[in-house]
Design a protein around this ligand. Structure first.
Ligand SMILES: [Ca+2]
Ligand SMILES: [Ca+2]
Length: 85
């Protein structure tokens, strides 16, 4: 497999692939899709955006546009969900 560990040392296009069981859309691993959960409180959301809160779970929950990071790009989605109920 190209780019896999051992690709160049074992032989051309050799190596292994690793698969992990992920819970897509379930940042806090509570088996409830994040889309079905309540929004995090606005103070918690802002603290993530400001870098006051840095834990992975909070950052994942604040990444509402699913671009891999919590930043100003998530504010619009937060506000829309907030007012949509
Ligand atoms: Ca969840
Ligand atoms: Ca984001």
């Amino acid at each position: 497999m190209i780019g896999a560990p051992g690709d160049d040392t074992i032989g051309t296009n050799a190596g292994v692939a690793r698969a992990f069981a992920l819970h897509p859309g379930d940042c806090d691993n509570d088996n409830v899709p994040d889309i079905c959960q309540s929004l995090m409180p606005v103070t918690d959301f802002v603290n993530v955006l400001l870098g006051v809160t840095t834990d992975e779970t909070s950052a994942c929950l604040a990444d509402l546009n699913h671009d891999g990071g919590a930043d100003g790009g998530d504010i619009q989605e937060y506000v829309e969900r907030l007012f949509d109920g």
